[in-house]
Design a protein around this ligand. Structure first.
Ligand SMILES: *Cc1c(COP(=O)(O)O)cnc(C)c1O
Length: 363
């Protein structure tokens, strides 16, 4: 049996370092927003290649707080891909703004820059590209469009820690970016954690208030903020794991290269491989027109899978009636066909071979 993802195995190589970090925090007597958070923020900002990093409670909060701090008029529109994970859309609605869904590029599954112009209205204020599955959106045309129309850009980099596009990292392209360190992400905590990256010093100062009840000075509140603080334990653990992220992403790429070279089932659509060395392969997502039968075959042969994601955001019950059900056929087709195969840094060569053998043996 090859599990889709075994988080114990993912963290096993870091056990000694994690225990030391926990001991350090325990004996420090300081547990929320302290020196460990500050040290991780500095290290992560340097890693991404930006001036500021603000640790927050999770990835959804990272995105929501940036949109709130930008203070757009209520009802302003934010462009977001129609095949996004629900968090990207939730961030927009939780900030009191209106999501405008735009169909993705059918090859890369990220926002299609050629579709932006048709989505633009006088109320458009921002674009929220999602670097889905570990691939950075085509940011050069997107930033050019944003500049031309005076829009701000918030990257959803929750699946793209360390991914690059034109030699610049995810999180260093937009006016701000949101990261998640949920345990399954390429850089994962042992609980919930998130961060915002930006080169905008004023925005960074605002966000440090927004994450902590809107307060810069204790008991004085300048904005109606959230409790979205990062705790010392998660920050200390993340700081221990960060130095290994580059190596772990490289191991993911090695596995992706094997999958791309050796998966040979004619009915299978493989992920785009043109940026194989720039992507960080958070997920290796293939498509099959007869997904149910394909999933059943993998299950019967002991290969764990997952589906990211089975339902388009516009069809979620939470957003019922906001969009016509058939408004986003590309997103719907992707959500009907996608299957995530096991891919993580601890997968052995034998396990990769077995996944390939089972996939190629379908029908
Ligand atoms: C995980 C994820 C988020 C949300 O992160 P949380 O920490 O779970 O709130 C947002 N966007 C994408 C694309 C994600 O994968």
């Amino acid at each position: 049996m090859i599990p889709f993802l075994d988080l114990g195995r993912i963290n096993a190589p870091h056990q000694v370092r994690i225990r030391a970090a926990v001991e350090r925090v325990l004996s420090s007597g300081w547990y929320v927003l302290g020196p460990e958070v500050k040290a991780f923020e500095t290290a992560f900002a340097r890693y991404v290649g930006v001036d500021h990093c603000i640790g927050v409670a999770n990835g959804l909060e990272a995105l929501t707080l940036v949109l709130k701090a930008w203070s757009f008029p209520a009802g302003s529109e934010v462009i977001v891909p129609s095949n996004a994970y629900i968090a990207s859309v939730l961030a927009i609605t939780q900030a009191g703004l209106t999501p405008v869904l735009v169909e993705p590029d059918q090859r890369t599954y990220t926002l299609d820059p050629t579709r932006l112009a048709a989505a633009l209205t006088p109320s458009t204020k921002a674009i929220l590209p999602v670097h889905l599955y570990g691939r950075v959106t085509a940011m050069e045309p997107l930033m050019a469009f944003a500049t031309q129309h005076g829009l701000l850009v918030l990257e959803d980099a929750a699946q793209a820690h360390g991914a690059t596009y034109l030699n610049r990292q995810a999180g260093a392209w937009g006016h701000a970016a949101g990261f998640s360190f949920y345990p399954t992400k390429n850089l994962g905590a042992l609980g919930d954690a998130g961060a915002i990256t930006t080169n905008d010093a004023d925005l960074a100062a605002q966000l440090r208030m927004w994450r902590n009840y809107g307060s810069a000075q204790k008991y004085y509140n300048n904005v109606p903020g959230h409790n979205s603080r990062l705790d010392e334990l998660q920050a200390a653990i993340l700081a221990e794991k960060l130095p290994f992220l580059t190596e772990e992403n490289e191991r993911r790429r090695q596995i992706a290269r094997r999958y791309v070279a050796e998966l040979a089932l004619p009915s299978l659509i493989l992920p785009p491989a043109d940026a194989i060395d720039q992507d960080v392969w958070h997920l290796f997502v293939v498509r099959h027109p007869d997904r149910d039968a394909f999933l059943e075959h993998l299950r019967q042969h002991g290969v764990g899978t997952d589906v990211h994601y089975p339902v388009s955001p516009h069809r979620q019950v939470a957003y019922a009636h906001q969009w016509p059900a058939d408004a986003f056929p590309i997103a719907d087709q992707l959500h009907r066909e996608v299957v995530s195969l096991p891919l993580n840094p601890t997968l052995t060569a034998e396990e990769v071979s077995r996944v390939i053998e089972v996939v190629n043996g379908f029908r």
